[in-house]
Design a protein around this ligand. Structure first.
Ligand code: PMP
Length: 343
């Protein structure tokens, strides 16, 4: 079968030029109530996640303002994907990368980073802000001690939301032919929420921002009740917070859902088995939130969410039935296919 007459782009001169312009697919055969649901495959970026976009914009902003000089060191606290993005962009541009990573992150991500020449320091994921071993405080301290190093800080860096305001948002609106009713996002740093929210407020004011937040995170409860809860823990990687990052403008959110890990994992598995899309755990949370939103509608709506990263990094977790059973994450209602395995 031929692929038709869509012209292919010429070969890129660098993987940097392959960041963005990611494909979108409609999810058919899912229970979406009266709605149509689309996912944008940020997993198609060269570093495998949505974070390639912000890595490029934050590095280029630091080059432009003179804080990052040739041969300098980029330091960041990251769940992995921002680190991969920074490595992807930084190594090609000749910078050194030092990353502080909480110890709950998947081994595949850490191996990938080390193979790219990144200096990875692993720290505790069970301590909060203000503790010396908290990953962000540790990154800031390390950067201050290295000459020529900058702490790039995705949580407060304005070039993070700006990347989504100027690239992800316009791409989505173009792919949806100017007609999108709701955008479902998660929050790690808040860059996606804030950048897309700002873009749609100007370019498509009818588009509602919907937050899908892991159970245990403080963000959805804060939107829904105005109160900070005591943070819990969750298995989903890359989203959910125990504080509100500077880059996270929760006033942009019109609906917020708290999604348990079992529901996120069931949705990620459904995305693979029904649509053939291998997404990470946060993509499961976003899809679960998007499905809840779609089913609550009484009118037809056009809803978009993101596959934030590829599930290849989570094969030993989200896609491993024994691991799920060990973690007590096998919800028999949601994972009927696992019933035989766990007796
Ligand atoms: N999904 C994954 C897999 C991530 O790593 C992140 C960022 N840590 C996000 C979603 C959230 O994006 P943002 O930082 O823009 O809020």
């Amino acid at each position: 079968m031929t692929q038709g007459a869509i012209p292919l782009p010429p070969p890129a001169r660098s993987a940097l030029d392959l960041i963005g312009r990611t494909p979108m697919v409609e999810l058919l055969g899912f229970d979406t109530g009266p709605c149509r649901l689309f996912v944008k495959l940020e997993s198609a970026n060269p570093g495998g996640s949505i974070k390639d976009r912000i890595a490029r914009s934050m590095i280029e902003a630091a080059e432009a303002d003179g804080s990052l000089k040739p041969g300098g060191t980029i330091v960041e606290a990251t769940a992995g994907n921002t680190g991969l993005g920074l490595a992807q962009v930084g190594v090609l541009k000749g910078y050194k990368i030092l990353l502080v990573v909480p110890d709950k992150m998947s081994r595949e991500k850490i191996q990938h980073l080390r193979a790219m020449g990144v200096d990875v320091r692993i720290t505790r994921s069970d301590v909060g802000k203000g503790h010396p071993e908290y990953y962000q405080d540790m990154a800031e301290r390390l950067a201050a001690g290295i000459p020529g190093a900058i702490f790039i800080n995705q949580f407060a860096n304005p070039a993070n939301p700006l990347a989504h305001e100027t690239t992800t948002g316009p791409e989505i609106l173009e792919q949806m032919e100017g007609d999108i009713d709701a955008m479902v996002v998660g929050v790690g740093s808040g860059g996606t929420l804030t950048g897309l929210g700002r873009f749609f407020a100007k370019a498509s004011p009818k588009t509602k921002m919907v937050l899908a937040d892991p159970e245990g995170s403080v963000l959805a409860p804060l939107v829904n009740t105005g109160k900070m809860i005591e943070p819990g823990s969750w298995v989903v990687e890359g989203i959910g917070e125990d504080f509100v990052p500077v880059n996270c403008d929760l006033s942009l959110v019109s609906t917020a859902y708290t999604i348990p890990d079992t529901e996120s994992i069931a949705a990620a598995r459904e995305l693979l088995s029904r649509a053939g899309v291998l997404g990470g755990s946060s993509s499961g949370t976003l899809l679960a939130g998007a499905l809840r939103y779609c089913r609550e509608q009484t009118e037809p709506k056009r809803v978009v969410t993101l596959v934030c990263d590829t599930g290849a990094k989570y094969l030993s977790k989200v896609y491993n039935d024994s691991w799920l059973a060990e973690q007590g994450l096998t919800d028999r209602r949601l994972h009927g296919d696992l019933r035989d395995l766990i007796g």
